[in-house]
Design a protein around this ligand. Sequence first.
Ligand code: GSH
Length: 89
Amino acid sequence: MSLTLYHFNNSIYSQKIRMVLEEKNVSDWESKEVDLFHGGQFDPEYLKLNPKGVVPTLVHNERVMTESTLIVEYLKEIFADPPVLGRPL
Ligand SMILES: N[C@@H](CCC(=O)N[C@@H](CS)C(=O)NCC(=O)O)C(=O)O
């Protein structure tokens, strides 16, 4: 499995994704920093992945995903356990 996250430390939308990966105990992912402070989001290669020029972007086995909420839902599906909201008592 190949999982790559394009993200930036200070980005709250990126933090959402990192939190879900942490909650799911997924540590085997490649980190690609997109430096928003220095225009990394406008790099032509990055814009091919995310035409809006924002982070995060997730690439899973060559499938490219944008929009943090959709990425969260996707991660919840492919890594079902443990559930991010815990289990009902
Ligand atoms: N709706 C997008 C919003 C993403 C977004 O706005 N990200 C900000 C950082 S938190 C960004 O990349 N901004 C780039 C810029 O301001 O040029 C999502 O949920 O993924």
